[in-house]
Design a binder for this molecule. Structure first.
Ligand code: UD1
Length: 419
């Protein structure tokens, strides 16, 4: 297994280009199953989660050609509603195949997903949505099977009990080709929800309200092929911004949508970083000491839980005592706090809140990534620390960060991947 060796203490300088959004790509690729005809998708991130999804689609009979960050997918010959269970178990977002196959075939048999297990990740809201659309659901310990119920599949009204990105996406996928209107209340508003709606609408769907609490889907008979470019990755951009805040330096982060970054930007500014927004880029500079702050993670437009670990590293190096409260995935701290403590961080976890007392420095250590964002945080800690850090289990990081070693090296970091 690969690991990264990082000799820390070098500030970051230069320009980094953010890739397409992972969480949009893993929703849009299954959505192609709903399309009759070829889809040409650009700005697809070159990450292992995308490759697993492409393998799943290919194994089901899709014709796929990949050139750089562009993918052309034609699902005309897909007949199966039962994707390969071993591939499905390799990633979390493979559960979008449930909604996409229900929409395409009127039925689906999909293994329960694997992926980053930083918390218990129930799918009861996805199931509630499928039932509201008329599906019969057979749920076992290892799979979910969906069939039309006695009144058949049709649009319906779903009010989510918790704001769930996954359930919102899955219901949108399942409802796009169904007769009638579907309304999702208390829907997630993340940029990738809007991106999925924009993709589907470009192909002929009639979805309105994406990005608000209420998403309406008026079913259409067919989607046609076309071209679409995925939005830049909010969390990848935020990770590079946090890396500059922690390690110091002056970096232009390009291919970003500054509006998506507002919550992250304002916290890093509060902590003492200088941030300048351009049309599709952000410059971040940090020279002096960081200051402590208070962060509470929330669904978009709040501070993303997927940036919790990275901001925690910044807090570990700030003057004063910061408070970091997790309100989406309560057990998320356990994926990385022990590792950061072994590098000298002072973190006390009480329930949903981590009290982080900033230290003068972190010190290099051998640490292990337990999930994607935890791994990214350990890389940031390694960049900012004195001495050498070895980050193990980097396959987690490579699920969601394209060429992270190359991108950081280009910014002057001393980091290398060791097989
Ligand atoms: C998505 C993101 C993930 C991010 C998370 C929160 C993708 C592929 N992944 O994950 O990176 O960390 O949003 O922003 O986009 N919940 C239920 N029942 C459900 C579904 C969710 O109780 O059926 C709860 C979860 O336990 C969690 C909260 O709702 O507490 C939000 O989860 P959700 O938004 O669904 O996260 P994911 O879609 O899995």
């Amino acid at each position: 297994m690969a690991r990264y060796e990082i000799n820390g203490g070098k500030s970051l300088q230069g320009t980094v280009t953010v890739s397409g959004a992972k969480n949009a790509a893993v929703a849009i690729l299954p959505a192609v199953l709903l399309v009759s005809g070829k889809c040409h998708i650009e700005n697809v991130p070159n990450i292992s989660d995308v490759h697993i999804l492409l393998d799943i689609l290919r194994e089901m009979g899709a014709e796929i050609s990949l050139e750089g960050s562009s993918v052309t997918v034609d699902c005309s010959h897909v007949r199966s509603s039962r994707p390969d269970a071993n591939l499905v178990r390799k990633m979390r977002a493979s559960y979008y195949l449930m909604g996409a196959l229900l929409g395409r075939c009127g039925k689906a048999h999909v293994a329960l997903p694997g992926g980053c297990n930083f918390a218990s990740r129930p799918i009861d809201q996805h199931i509630k949505g499928f039932i509201a659309l008329g599906a019969d659901v057979d749920e076992s310990d290892d799979y979910v099977a969906l069939e039309p119920g006695e009144n058949g599949l049709q649009g319906g009204r779903v009010s989510l009990d918790v704001v769930s990105v996954g359930a919102t996406v899955n219901i949108m996928l399942a409802a796009t080709l169904l007769p009638g209107q579907t309304v999702i209340e208390n829907a997630a508003k993340e940029p990738h929800i809007v991106d999925l709606a924009n993709f589907l609408n470009t192909m002929g769907a009639r979805i309105s309200g994406a990005g608000t609490d209420t998403v309406k889907i008026r079913g259409v008979k067919e989607l046609h092929g076309g071209s679409y470019a995925i939005i830049p990755d909010q969390i990848e951009a935020g990770t590079y911004m946090a890396a500059v805040a922690a390690a110091g330096g002056n970096v232009l982060v390009q291919n970003v949508i500054p509006k998506h970054m507002e919550c992250i930007t304002s916290k890093l500014q509060e902590m003492g970083a200088k941030v300048t927004n351009y049309d599709d880029a952000i410059r971040i500079q940090r020279a002096g000491k960081l200051r402590c702050t208070t962060v509470k993670t929330r669904p978009y437009p709040g501070f993303p839980t997927d940036m919790q670990a990275q901001i925690c590293v910044c807090m570990s190096l700030a003057s004063g005592v910061s408070r970091l409260t997790e309100s989406v995935y309560e057990t998320r701290f356990f994926g990385y706090c022990t590792e950061l403590q072994s590098m000298g961080a002072d973190i006390l976890i009480t329930g949903k809140t981590a009290i982080v007392t900033g230290r003068e420095k972190l010190t290099g250590a051998v640490v292990s990534a337990h999930d994607l964002r935890a791994g990214a945080a350990l890389v940031i800690a390694g960049l900012a620390a004195e001495g050498t850090t070895i980050v193990e289990n980097t396959h987690f990081i490579e699920r969601g960060y394209e060429s992270i070693v190359e991108k950081l090296s280009a910014l002057g970091a001393d980091i290398r991947r060791i097989e």
